[in-house]
Ligand binder design. Structure first.
Ligand code: AMP
Length: 395
């Protein structure tokens, strides 16, 4: 299937070709015709699936056929949870719409109001905004909603995790009736469904399975342990559990090399891949792991990013990653194709902040276990589910 079959205009197709996109991703194939048809949509899809283009392209197409913008009147509104995502989505709009005469803007808190107000006066067709700042500017009459045709709630689960529900409801109440509503979320958890019920009626629903955090065939658990006992706990777990192969994630390359040596001392053969090893030896180790010759592979998150290994029976997080999406991607390497997978994380007090972000991202706490003989001296508190890191707080 090619992009031209989706009914996109030549100017958009040209921009996509310039981006080097050859064919639409699954979500793009499914979502674009629905949106171009004017239907409402609820989509379960994660970052990395091409979800942004799946709503940006049809919005560009629809707006390019309509009237031009008026002062302070936006025509499409995309709500996102963070400043980073606002910037990223806006960059995509500008890239895909570079041959069209449409204006877009990223709006978020923590910066001056004046340039955002000025841009709105000059005219914005597509506004990508975090909810708090948008409500502020709406209150100051800097932006009006009566010409909005399309609303997108992007990463709805994250917006809810970050406590934006009140702001979102205020915005929904001020939007015109009968606009097209699109909701994208990594997971369609109960709170997301609740939001969808209030925001959207009669929507088509699609679901793209990729690294889904809600995959029910992944059993996730944490083992609480003191930091200095992690390597012996890991050796214990590898000896006690019948996992045929395990991918072990660790934060630093120094840590990876040290861990392999510590496991070796306990009679466990493991290999490591990290940026400190040359390309040839990394490729060899990876190949041996894929062939099943290496049973335990220790990898830094960075080194593991480019590896296409999934369908693993077990992944272990030696420490908890930041950002939380990395956790979701890591556990997505197990439990593929209906097989049962296990995702185990070793949790010490130092991992607490990252744990809060991960559990907030998932929208639930992960089961905790204590292994006899490894009971922690320093307990790890229960996380706060709507935890938001300081630099992400905008209002
Ligand atoms: P997203 O899931 O929207 O965060 O997109 C993930 C990445 O895929 C982004 O870097 C996009 O630029 C890229 N991308 C989106 N659609 C396509 C496509 N059809 N072909 C190639 N890359 C794409």
């Amino acid at each position: 299937m090619s992009f031209s079959k989706l009914g996109l205009s030549p100017l958009i197709l040209q921009a996509l070709a310039e981006q080097g996109y050859e064919k639409p991703t699954t979500i793009q194939q499914k979502a674009i015709p629905i949106i171009l048809n004017g239907k409402n949509l609820i989509a379960a899809a994660q970052t990395g699936t091409g979800k942004t283009a799946s709503f940006v392209l049809p919005i560009l197409q629809q707006l390019s056929q309509g009237q031009t913008q008026r002062k302070k009147r936006i025509r499409a509104l995309i709500l996102v949870p963070t400043r980073e995502l606002a910037i990223q989505v806006d960059e995509n709009i500008k890239a895909y719409g570079k041959h069209l005469n449409l204006k877009s803007m990223a709006m978020f808190g923590g910066v001056d109001y004046a340039p955002q107000k000025q841009a709105l006066i000059e005219g914005v067709d597509i506004l990508v905004a975090t909810p708090g700042r948008l409500i502020d500017l709406y209150g100051q009459h800097a932006v009006h909603f009566e010409e909005v045709e399309t609303l997108v709630l992007d990463e709805a689960d994250r917006m809810l995790d970050m406590g934006f529900i009140e702001d979102i409801n205020k915005i929904l109440a001020r939007l015109p009736e009968n606009i097209q509503n699109l909701l994208f979320s990594a997971t369609l958890s109960n709170p997301v469904r609740e939001l969808a019920r209030t925001a959207i009626d009669e929507a088509e629903e699609i679901s793209i399975a990729k690294h889904s955090a809600s995959k029910s065939n992944i059993s996730q658990w944490l083992v609480t342990v003191d930091k200095d006992m992690k390597s012996s706990l890991l050796a214990h777990l590898l000896n006690e559990n019948p996992w045929p192969q395990v991918l072990i994630f660790i934060e630093t390359r120094h840590g990876a090399a040290k861990l392999v040596a510590q496991l070796e001392k306990r009679g466990i053969a493991a290999e490591a891949i990290h940026s400190g090893r040359n390309q040839a030896s990394r490729a060899r180790v990876l190949d041996e792991f894929k062939q099943g010759k290496v049973k335990y592979l220790v990898a830094t998150g960075v080194a593991a990013r480019g590896i296409d290994i999934d369908d693993l029976p077990c992944v272990i997080n030696y420490d908890l990653p930041y950002p939380a999406d990395d956790y979701v991607h890591r556990i997505g390497r197990t439990g593929r194709a209906g097989a049962q997978g296990e995702a185990v994380s070793l949790l010490s007090k130092d991992d607490f902040k990252n744990l809060c972000m991960i559990e907030s991202r998932l929208g639930h706490l992960i089961e905790r276990r204590v292994v006899e003989g490894f009971e922690p001296r320093k307990p790890v508190p229960t996380s706060i589910l709507n935890y938001v890191p300081k630099h992400k707080r905008e209002q």
